[in-house]
Design a binder for this molecule. Structure first.
Ligand SMILES: NC(=O)c1ccc[n+]([C@@H]2O[C@H](COP(=O)([O-])OP(=O)(O)OC[C@H]3O[C@@H](n4cnc5c(N)ncnc54)[C@H](O)[C@@H]3O)[C@@H](O)[C@H]2O)c1
Length: 322
């Protein structure tokens, strides 16, 4: 890439012709949520494994993106990963150098939530804990403009439950992206009990612009994807515990025997064992099903800090290049 752009913590100038001006906002506020075209600025709240990928795809799709994390180091890592991914994309001919530079210029990072106030759409990708997500939503509501939309990237938590923290539950929705976000095409849109059709339409349009294939699902524990994916992953761990086969051979069974692009244990390493454990605990309780009881091996590895790719070791050993 030609320019070395550093998306934070500097202030970002509004691009010429931007229609997001406070004065016009108030005139059109009531219309905003129902008009997907008016989503121009996206705030990504939490920039770890998922957040940085969501930010990258949103910026590449032409949205202005404000990345917010409570940890400055997480923002530094997020920017490095985005730069690396875009460079790889350019080498593979998926986008031009100019497109990479433009995407980077649309991004900025901050540790201050107040700097996200102008966003039209907030996509939360913070840890999988209901209280954390509800607190973020409460905070957003104190500073966002009146027709904001709040989307959670939760893998399993109830959107209806998260929305209980809001005075506008019709504007709360699930936008469940998959890891790695710049590669996986699925976007699971989760409609909470009170989510409006306009909100679903708006995030669907955003997803399409981000080159995702949206599906729309009811707010049920684990939605359509996590419930099946986590069941498979937990069974693979129990098989490993019982010595049925090595991690590699269990994964190979699914890859070559069932044409899965990646085996369930390698996938768990990419997702993060801690993330998977939280989802399993939640599904075990909400669905009252033994299928989702977290295996001992998962609890042990999480307590030992073997969280998968992000810590360098999970069911496999990982290095920076992988
Ligand atoms: N990891 C996956 O493969 C995957 C896939 C789909 C969905 N998800 C979901 O996405 C969400 C994030 O998962 P992840 O794997 O990216 O987690 P992660 O631990 O990699 O990143 C979470 C980030 O949120 C930050 N954070 C914590 N509190 C915050 C706050 N109040 N405001 C802003 N940032 C805050 C942390 O500093 C961290 O950088 C979870 O709900 C998870 O279930 C994860």
């Amino acid at each position: 890439m030609r320019s070395s752009h550093h998306p934070f913590p500097t202030r970002h100038a509004k691009p010429a012709g931007s229609s997001i001006q406070k004065s016009t906002l108030s005139k059109h506020e009531s219309k905003r949520a129902s008009d997907a075209q008016t989503i121009q600025i996206i705030a990504v709240l939490g920039c770890g494994t998922m957040g940085h990928g969501i930010a990258q795809m949103a910026a590449a799709a032409g949205f202005r993106v404000i990345m917010r994390d409570v940890e400055k180091d997480a923002l530094v890592r997020a920017v490095q990963s985005i730069e690396r991914n875009l460079e790889k994309g350019a080498k593979l001919g998926k986008l031009t150098e100019d497109e990479c530079d433009m995407a980077l210029q649309r991004l900025r990072g901050t540790v201050h939530l107040s700097e996200t106030a102008e966003a039209d759409l907030f996509i939360e990708a913070a840890p999988e804990v209901l209280e954390i997500k509800q607190n973020i939503l409460r905070e957003v509501e104190t500073l966002a403009h009146k027709s904001f939309i709040f989307a959670s990237n939760t893998s399993s938590l109830s959107i209806t439950e998260i929305a209980r923290a809001s005075r506008h539950p019709e504007r709360v929705v699930g936008m469940h992206f998959f890891n790695p976000v710049h590669i996986m095409r699925l976007l699971e849109i989760v409609r909470g009990k009170d989510t409006s059709a306009e909100t679903v339409d708006a995030v669907r349009s955003v997803g399409l612009r981000m080159k995702k294939e949206p599906i729309i699902v009811k707010d049920a524990p684990g939605f359509a994807s996590s419930r099946l994916g986590v069941a498979l992953g937990l069974e693979a761990m129990r098989m490993l515990e019982q010595g049925v086969a090595s991690a590699r051979d269990i994964d190979t069974a699914m890859e070559l025997g069932y044409n899965h692009p990646m085996g369930p244990l390698r996938l768990t390493d990419l997702v993060g064992l801690d993330v998977r454990l939280k989802i399993a605990e939640y599904l075990h309780t909400t669905l009252s099903s033994e299928t989702f009881r977290p295996p001992e091996i998962l609890r042990r590895m999480v307590s030992e800090g073997k969280l998968g790719k992000k810590t360098g070791e999970g069911f496999y050993k990982w290095n920076e290049e992988q």
